[in-house]
Design a binder for this molecule. Structure first.
Ligand code: ACO
Length: 315
């Protein structure tokens, strides 16, 4: 399997740290040094499904592929306005494809998990071309009265088109159930029979626990793959890490003992866009012409669950 096209879309509304301090007890002086975030793109009048379809169209155009050539669409999404149908089915209709569709919820690691599912389909000989779309609106999951959480996130959609090839060198997936560290709950429709207590709770996060897990999991996943493939950290040309927090990225970089130039980032201008973060970064770097054929890329992400994953691929 190999990536032959990428695309991404961001909402037009930009919210700076100073704008947040107009209604929250926070400041750029607190947010930037702790997170590396200066501003983020946040949904206003856009619909997530439209952004997802647009990212998909851009990736298909980049790949020079028609929607009818797709054999599978995998969409990674934590939450959107539709409970059902799946976002992948909505995207399928919007872009004019007719293949099977599958949604996954693997939190911020969704792109890596989607790559693993796609790779399995290629290895089983079930597909020739696959579209992955990661579309997320975490700004709608947080309470905008909770300064410890809402300042961290931004929205967006990223997509990748895959075709046959042997460019995926290895994928490592991990999970460790810790459901009290990062979660959101919602109340479903009532029935005449429900007697249990239920409540809607916006995204809750034990920040320092998430921080420690993120560094350990990402560092461990990447090291596992390097060892398995007989590679050294120096052999990787580019590390594309989940854009949650600059200090997390720097801690993983310290562990790998690699120069900052190998770690492109957009967290400063995007915030954490959950599973969309990796494919958006991939698309932006690709469109800047940063990757040369034969370059080795390591992608790694972590999120609620806890769940994490890494992939090493040849561009
Ligand atoms: N502005 C000002 N003060 C704040 C803010 C804010 N936005 N947020 C919290 N504070 C205050 C707290 O209330 C606390 O005040 P107190 O000491 O009076 O009680 C103080 O700052 C310190 O709070 P901590 O939570 O201890 O701050 P910490 O140094 O741990 O930084 C942070 C918080 C940035 C969230 C850090 O823990 C972190 O980066 N964690 C990882 C979070 C993350 O990346 N989550 C997403 C990953 S998973 C996924 O992608 C879904």
């Amino acid at each position: 399997m190999k990536i032959i096209g990428t695309g991404s879309v961001l909402p037009k509304k930009i919210v700076t740290n100073d704008m947040l301090s107009e209604f929250l007890d926070t400041s750029d002086a607190w947010i930037y040094p702790r997170t590396g975030i200066k501003y983020r793109h946040v949904i206003s009048d856009e619909k997530l499904e439209d952004m997802a379809a647009e990212a998909a169209r851009k990736a298909l155009e980049d790949a020079g592929m028609k929607p009818e050539e797709l054999d599978l669409i995998i969409c990674s999404n934590v939450v959107n306005e539709y409970i059902t149908p799946s976002l992948s089915c909505i995207i399928q209709g919007a872009i004019g494809a007719s293949c099977p569709c599958l949604d996954i919820n693997c939190a911020c690691a969704g792109f890596i998990y989607a790559l693993d599912i796609a790779e399995s389909h290629f290895q089983a000989g079930k597909v020739k071309n696959v579209l992955i779309v990661c579309a997320e609106e975490p700004s709608r999951m947080t309470s905008w009265k909770d300064r410890s959480v809402c300042v961290l996130f931004g929205d967006g959609a990223g997509a990748a088109v895959l075709t046959a090839g042997d460019n995926i060198k290895g994928i490592k997936l991990s999970a460790a159930s810790a459901t009290d560290k990062l979660y959101q709950k919602r109340v479903l429709e009532p029935t005449p029979y429900i007697t249990k207590e239920e409540e809607s709770i916006p995204l809750q996060m034990k920040g320092q626990d998430v921080f420690k897990f993120a560094v350990k999991a990402s560092s461990g996943d990447i090291k596992f793959l390097l060892d398995k493939l007989g590679l050294k950290a120096d052999d990787v040309n580019w590390y594309l890490l989940h854009q949650a927090n600059m200090r997390i990225i720097n801690s993983i970089r310290d562990f790998l003992d690699q120069p900052a130039e190998k770690f492109p980032t957009n967290v400063e201008s995007h915030g954490n866009s959950s599973s969309a973060s990796c494919p958006i970064l991939l698309d932006e770097c690709s469109k800047k012409g940063m990757f040369k054929p034969g370059d080795i890329l390591a992608l790694s992400a972590f999120g609620a669950g806890f769940i994490s994953g890494a992939v090493i691929l040849e561009w």
